[in-house]
Structures are given as C-alpha cells and as structure tokens.
Ligand binder design. Sequence first.
Ligand SMILES: NC(=O)c1ccc[n+]([C@@H]2O[C@H](COP(=O)([O-])OP(=O)(O)OC[C@H]3O[C@@H](n4cnc5c(N)ncnc54)[C@H](OP(=O)(O)O)[C@@H]3O)[C@@H](O)[C@H]2O)c1
Length: 341
Amino acid sequence: MSLKNKLPGLLGFGTAPLGNMFRNIPEAEARATVDAAWEQGIRYFDTAPFYGAGLAEIRLGAALSRHKRDDYVLSTKVGRVIFDETEEPAARNLGEKGGLFEFGRPNRIVNDYTADATLRSIDDSLKRLNTDRLDIVWVHDIAQDFYGDEWLTQFETARKGAFRALTRLREAGVIKAWGLGVNRVEPCELTLDLSEAQPDGFLLAGRYTLLDHERALQRLMPAAAKRNVDIVVGGPYSSGVLAGGTHFEYQKASPEIIAKVEHIKRIAQRHNVSVKAAALQFSLANPAVAAVIPGASRPERIAEDRAALAEVIPPAFWHEMREQKLVAADAPLPVDRKQEK
Ligand SMILES: NC(=O)c1ccc[n+]([C@@H]2O[C@H](COP(=O)([O-])OP(=O)(O)OC[C@H]3O[C@@H](n4cnc5c(N)ncnc54)[C@H](OP(=O)(O)O)[C@@H]3O)[C@@H](O)[C@H]2O)c1
C-alpha cells in the first residue's frame, strides 16, 4: 500500500496557486509555470476541483495535453463537486480559510463525500483535465479547518462513501492509489485506526514543515510508517512564508510567525543556506515522506525549487536549528541520515 514506488521522484508540483488562489494569474503565466515544471523534470502533478472551482484542473490539463499520459503521475481530489451554475466566490463558507480562491471561477461548489459524488467528481475531473485516467485520488479537506466541529460528520460520510468507492476503483485497477488530502493530522490518524480503510498515503499539507511538525512527528509518522502508508508533504513553505512570501496557513502571516521565520533566516544566513532549501530538505528527511509538492504561480519558482532540493546544507546549520529548538529534538534531519550511512 505504499506510494513511494508509484511516484516519479521526490519533487512534485502542486497546482493550488494556479486556481487563482491569491491573485488573478494570466493564462500565459499559468501555462508557463506548468511548462517550467515539466522542463525541470517534474513528473508528478497534484490538483483538485476546489482549486479555483475547476480552473487549476483546466489549466493543468491543457498544459499536459502535449505530453504522453504514461510519462507523468497525476493526482486530483474528491469531496467537492463543481456545478455549472455560479455563485459569489467571496461569499463561500470556507471555515478558517475564508477568501481562498476568490479570483477563481465562480462555479458553485458543493461539499459531498458520498460514493455517488465521488464518482461524479472523478468523471468531471477527467473532462477538465482532458485525460482518461487518474493515478492517485485524495479525499479533500475532511477536517476541522473547513468544517469546524462538523468535520466528524463529514468524515463519517466519507468513510461510508468516498473511502469505499475509491477502494473499489483501486481494486478494479481504475486508479493506482488513494488517501486523504488534508491540512490537519487528526483525520489521517482516524483513517489509520479504521480496519476497513486501507489508504496508500496521505497528502498532508502544512503539518510537516519547518514551522509546524510536532504532532505529525509524534503521532502520525510512526503510525503511517508501521502501516506502510506514505506521506506526500503539501504546503512545504507553509503556503509561502518559508519561501519569501507573506502567507502562512493561507492567510497573512502573523507577527509571531514572521519573527520565527526571521529567526530561522538569521541562522540560515550565517551558514550560507537558503530557507527554501532548509524547508524542502527538512520535510523530506522524515522516512515516512515520499515526496514534497511545493506550489507556485510563477515559472521562475520551479528552478528555485530544484536548486533548493540540490543545495548542500552544512551539518552545523541543522545542529544549530536543533540547539535553538527551532525543530523538534527528535525530528529526523538530513544530517542524521548522513551520519547513519
Ligand atoms: N488539503 C490538501 O490536500 C492540500 C492543502 C494544501 C496544499 N496542498 C497541495 O500542496 C501544494 C503546495 O502547497 P501550496 O501551494 O499551498 O503552498 P507552498 O508550496 O507551501 O507555497 C507555495 C507558495 O510559495 C510562494 N513562493 C515560492 N517561492 C517564492 C519566492 N521566492 N518568493 C515569494 N513567494 C514564493 C509561491 O508564490 P507564487 O504563487 O507567487 O509562485 C506560492 O504561492 C498545493 O499546491 C496543493 O497541490 C494540498
């Protein structure tokens, strides 16, 4: 049930920004960003119906249509169905993440984790992506950040609906893998506790980053490793602030977060290290992690991601991060792996 043998490398590309997450991205810029990812050798692409109410899927599908389908791995998500009729994007109830995708398409989004909606959503995604198959399907955002206390009700619907539908599709060979795509650790823990659900992995966003990893480290990673369930790390830059941007958790970063990033930056500068490199390499150092999928809406970011992955970080940087308690004492670091060899 592992993902590691299904993913073409440690670096993928996340298309949430291409759904006009924070700004109205010109079509040519969105296209150039996917093309840059391809040119940089990236062959795993993640998207979702939710990203701009279909916009990211449409843009990704158009950009990938000139490549052979066998040459890349594609994941999208279920749990939100996109309708033809429209609504006011700014008025959507998105829990803590209000305002997200305001610049996306205005199509009505309906949360639905039943089996029927799962199948419908996959059909719709195939059309928008202009392809005949998906490799991985994530059940999207059944968690507290979008549903507050109602999240367990949504989870229960997904358990009886989406989880079973996706298990059947995997058994029939229609998809290769499924799991959850969430910004919270608890739904992943709960899924691992179910004997009937056998996910292949989790797309865990923002919860195994330099800025936030304690709970996943202590609880999810060991449980996932025991079950051979791999983690794909989404939001490795905490939605931007670790890469020079201004967002944390998809909102304007607070002064506390900015101060913490500045602290990391000062140490990084002393060791001639980029924070971007530290962020990507930290997430990948945990043996449960199969890949990182930073997002971007500008083509030049992809070369930065590649360079960040290849950057040689001196061990002294990691030792200082640990000494200054900027990473959990027992978080695996790249320097530990080197020492093990
Ligand atoms: N629930 C889920 O399943 C879930 C949740 C979150 C994320 N994900 C997945 O994970 C992927 C990655 O997460 P993410 O895209 O939300 O966040 P991220 O990868 O943590 O950060 C991406 C942001 O960093 C910014 N950035 C990169 N380099 C920069 C630089 N040099 N200066 C300033 N800003 C810079 C990008 O800005 P630009 O846009 O300007 O390039 C982009 O907005 C998503 O795209 C999605 O595929 C899944």
